[in-house]
Design a protein around this ligand. Structure first.
Ligand code: ATP
Ligand code: MG
Length: 245
């Protein structure tokens, strides 16, 4: 049992979720290491959503509300930490969830599929029954994407994505929103919009922001998008870390 008075209680709760997901065949070994890297950067940003990230989340909401075919790409870490919120977001916008794993095995896909089925997600892609196509110039089990999902999408939401894949998606003309605590990672650097924050804080906030923006005229949403520059966003995220130091 975790002690609620522990100063790092919240962080330990997420760790426990990660360990649990690993035991349940949802998370690959390397997913645990990726989480540890994330914890380090979260410590550096102060384990809170910065003003800059609040704004970036609002810009992301504008992208969701103005895109034709947004897709939520999920992996083991995302499923371990925020599966309920992913299901809520998918229902709110009526958009697909695509299982998209770096170390894809039928067993992990089936375990992750069950999590989203149990949460009532009907529009679930990337399962073993799906029709796939390889991402150009990307080899191995991480290459296939769903023809009805990421292949067709104009906007792909990729929490905790690998840099190679993020680069290829960008080269294929997709708008990409990533969530990555490391503002220096290739994923962060190649995305259209990078939310430098912990996925556990981002999703509830993103859902609120979409609800807040949903009735706004399209021109206002587009103005917000056009006023955003990801390079400046990342510079501010790095500056926030330096200031804390
Ligand atoms: P890249 O491949 O993009 O250059 P990387 O190799 O450093 O980055 P990966 O292991 O491919 O990183 O992916 C893990 C990334 O996810 C890390 O940048 C880490 O900071 C981030 N991350 C881990 N946990 C979380 C979390 N809970 N919320 C947001 N980001 C996270
Ligand atoms: Mg990587």
């Amino acid at each position: 049992m975790l002690n609620k008075d522990h100063p790092r209680y919240q962080s330990l709760v997420y760790r426990e979720k990660i360990v649990e997901a690993h035991k349940n065949g949802i998370l690959a070994d390397s997913g645990m290491i990726a989480h540890g890297r994330g914890e380090t950067f979260d410590y550096l940003i102060g384990e809170k959503t910065t003003d800059n990230s609040h704004n970036t989340i609002d810009v992301s909401a504008c992208y969701f509300l103005t895109s034709k075919h947004p897709v939520l790409s999920v992996n083991g870490n995302t499923t371990a930490l925020v599966a309920e919120d992913i299901a809520r977001l998918s229902k709110l916008l009526d958009i697909p969830v695509e299982i998209n794993l770096y170390y894809r095995t039928s067993e992990r896909v089936a375990n992750i599929e069950k999590v989203y089925m149990d949460l009532g997600v009907d529009n679930l892609l990337g399962t073993d029954e799906d029709d796939f196509i390889d991402t150009p110039d990307l080899n191995g089990p991480r290459s296939p994407v769903s023809i009805e999902g990421i292949k067709k999408a104009d906007l792909v939401f990729i929490p905790l994505e690998d840099g190679d894949r993020a680069e290829k998606l960008a080269q294929n003309g997709k708008n990409i929103i990533s969530v990555d605590l490391n503002p220096l990672s290739r994923t962060a650097q190649t995305s259209t919009v990078t939310i430098v924050d912990n996925i556990v804080r981002v999703l509830p906030e993103l859902i609120n922001s979409i609800e807040k923006h949903v009735d706004m005229p399209r021109s206002q949403l587009e103005d917000k998008i056009n006023g955003f520059n990801n390079k400046d966003n990342l510079d501010r995220a790095i500056n926030d870390i330096i200031t804390r130091f």
